[in-house]
Design a protein around this ligand. Sequence first.
Ligand code: IMP
Ligand code: MG
Length: 180
Amino acid sequence: MLVDHHTEILITAEQIRQRTRELAQEISGEYEGKDLHLICVLKGGVVFLVDLMRELTVPHSVDFMATSSYGSSTESSGVVRILKDLDEPIAGRNVLIVEDIIDTGHTLDYLTRILRERNPSSLRICTLLDKRERREVDIPVDYVGFDIANKFVYGYGLDLDQLYRNLPFVAVFKPGPYGT
Ligand code: IMP
Ligand code: MG
């Protein structure tokens, strides 16, 4: 079942579509005539990535990276491990990291430090969601879809125990009465 009494829609599919279009217009304007290279952090970022790509009006390439943070799935430990590295070098390219959500900031802090050592021409960050109040490391975020409160969200790429990434909206988990 996709939607049950535990699911509360936080951001609708239409709101995501509209905001993605706005971000894509902004990005397309700023990367006009430049070599834009998108890097998507698996797995959560893929749904946002493909929708963003289809709204971009500038040519761009794409590559993928997978990371995992040690520790539990809902609390970032700040220690990040690369599970899959990029296929291609990024030296001299205009890199835009596409993420689903920035929480404590540890994942992107680590990732941007690694990627900067590879000498891209530029390195920017685009995230669909930003839980700003949870930030533990200050990282500059260039494009933000939505600022959200400190609640665990899922859907539109983000998982709840590896499920529900397919939901077309961003949801918050709402515990039922009597712990159901
Ligand atoms: P950070 O290192 O704390 O910024 O964590 C970023 C990663 O934690 C994201 O890429 C997600 O994979 C995961 N994450 C953080 N908050 C949520 C959430 O509310 N729902 C699902 N995943 C989350
Ligand atoms: Mg992510």
